[in-house]
Design a protein around this ligand. Structure first.
Ligand SMILES: Nc1ncnc2c1ncn2[C@@H]1O[C@H](COP(=O)(O)OP(=O)(O)OP(=O)(O)O)[C@@H](O)[C@H]1O
Ligand SMILES: [Mg+2]
Length: 252
């Protein structure tokens, strides 16, 4: 049983002249097996939350805490966070020129586990995970994200997640740009990891479509750098119908 606890998190980003406050006191607790959907208008700070928890150097934490089973995540380096069981799938994945998917996955697995995976089981695991995600075997020999289509990038991230077996995954718009079939395949991948490992998920999304496949236990509305409202799955439908006006005009 794992708990990720985000308490009163405040984060600034280095803007042109002065630091700009983006997160203004975020409170959120995610436990093993739970799926939390984060929805909210563009620019409200959802990706900033994901990056700050993952330890991206551009984001400065000015207050609050992030605890993984009581351990101070903010005191950990990026690698240590991954070793502790945190996984981030980014909204805009970066290219890694000259590094094949196959090598990348093996290096990441070795870094996270602290030892190289046994070759025979590893090759089998990669093959199995790729088949599950309906990825062609030739994909393993391509360079990471180089020339990948939007859908291929997202599948590659879920492939990483299946193989790294994190405790808590933050998925930032994993559904964006996926066709209906790919959305199903990717969602099945997330659900498989949830079922087999009890993964806790923070799922950032703009659309309820993915929530029909990956069912959230909680839905949070993110507005202006904090959680403005939390509720059950119904809240997502309400947001899709009504939009965010209610929160914005209320000056939350
Ligand atoms: N590196 C940066 N430099 C300058 N401003 C930034 C930086 N990163 C984030 N911001 C600003 O912080 C705010 C929140 O951005 P963020 O990407 O977290 O929003 P978001 O909720 O993920 O939006 P979207 O739904 O469009 O993905 C925006 O105003 C954005 O311009
Ligand atoms: Mg974003």
């Amino acid at each position: 049983m794992t708990t990720l606890e985000i308490r009163d998190l405040r984060v600034t980003v280095e803007a042109d002249d002065a630091p700009k406050e983006i997160l203004r006191g975020v409170d959120l607790t995610i436990r093993s097996g739970e799926t939390h959907a984060i929805m909210g208008p563009n620019g409200s700070g959802k990706s900033t939350l994901a990056y700050a928890v993952a330890g991206h150097p551009k984001y400065t934490v000015t207050g609050g805490q992030v605890l993984l089973d009581g351990e101070d995540v903010l005191a950990m380096g990026v690698d240590e966070r991954a070793q502790a069981g945190l996984f981030l799938a980014m909204q805009y994945p970066v290219e890694v020129p000259g590094v094949t998917v196959s090598n990348f996955l093996r290096t990441a697995k070795t870094a996270v586990d602290g030892e190289a995976p046994k070759l025979r089981t590893w090759v089998k695991d990669v093959k199995g995970a790729m088949e599950n995600l309906r990825m062609d075997a030739s994909f393993a020999e391509r360079n990471v994200n180089e020339g990948f289509s939007g859908g291929e990038k997202k599948r590659h991230e879920i492939l990483q997640m299946e193989l790294l077996q994190p405790k808590i995954a933050i998925l930032d718009e994993t559904d964006s740009g996926l066709d209906v079939d790919a959305l199903k395949v990717v969602s099945e991948g997330v659900n498989r990891v949830k079922e087999t490992t009890g993964l806790g998920v923070m799922l950032i999304t703009h659309y309820t479509r993915i929530l029909r496949y990956i069912q959230p236990d909680f839905v949070h509305v993110f507005v202006d750098g904090r959680v403005a409202e939390s509720g059950g799955p119904d809240l997502a439908d309400r947001l899709e119908n009504e939009g965010y006006d209610r929160y914005l005009t209320a000056g939350v």
